[in-house]
Design a protein around this ligand. Structure first.
Ligand code: A5P
Length: 234
């Protein structure tokens, strides 16, 4: 089964987590976009939610689909956020930010009572690190931070878009840091967080409540402490 179909299956399975009246964090990336399109259908059928988007692009999409939006001026807590991931491990630690939205994604995740990750089977790994860890930096500190991360053993590339440095929604640059294998993701997260000039990094430790991973037609619901089957057709 193609990864696109698995993304769609995981997205469908996530809808049953969304209650009427919920404040919902809206993730970025192709799998989260599937979720937002499905939520748009539910909203048009009468579901009442208010969304907080994790990127400008997602905010525009949600508005087009008729999903009412809100901000942290109005709400302090998000009931549920549904988002994608680039990799997840057995502890449900994540690498996120392949789409460049990691900063807002992490802010939204940190304010969420539940973080539901939707993923195709290619995202499931034993050890994080094959996918590069995105690190959002202020442009001024970029060469310094790049060298410091290289000294940790990573190959570091400044993300480009159309021949220029990629610029995030908040106006920063992204260093894509390939570590190969990350035996202790929590320790690496602390090292990255402590580097002046780093705004945020794409390691999400102890944040995901549930991962819905689709393999073929089957969607498995993984919790940090147990594993159950999810019905892919809610
Ligand atoms: C966006 O910045 C990312 O964190 C995405 O959630 C991640 O890259 C997964 O994207 P796909 O759902 O497109 O694979």
């Amino acid at each position: 089964m193609a990864h696109d179909a698995e993304k769609e299956a995981a997205a469908r399975a996530s809808l049953r987590f969304v209650r009427d009246g919920a404040i919902a964090g809206l993730g970025s990336g192709s799998t989260a976009t599937d979720v937002i399109r499905l939520l748009g259908e539910r909203v048009r059928a009468g579901l009442k939610i208010r969304g907080i988007p994790t990127s400008r692009q997602v905010g525009e999409l949600a508005a087009t689909l008729g999903i009412p939006l809100t901000t942290f001026n109005e709400v302090q807590e998000i009931d549920i956020t549904i988002d994608g991931a680039d990799e997840f491990d057995p502890q449900l630690s994540l690498i996120k930010g392949g789409g460049g939205a990691l900063l807002r994604e992490k802010v939204v995740a940190s304010a969420s009572r539940q973080l539901v990750i939707v993923a195709d089977s290619s995202k499931q790994v034993h050890t994080l690190g094959n996918f590069p860890v995105p690190v959002e930096v202020i442009a001024f500190a970029e060469p310094l931070v790049k060298r410091r991360i290289e000294m940790l053993g990573a190959t570091v590339i400044l993300r480009q878009s159309n021949g220029r440095p990629f610029v995030t929604d908040e106006g920063h640059h992204i260093l894509d840091c390939r570590f190969g294998q990350i035996p202790d993701a929590a320790a690496l997260a602390r090292k990255l967080r402590d580097m002046p000039g780093v705004v945020e990094h794409g390691l999400f430790i102890n944040m995901a409540t549930v991962v819905l991973v689709a393999r073929g037609h089957e969607v498995t619901e993984l919790h940090r402490d147990k594993t159950t089957r999810a019905d892919p057709k809610p």
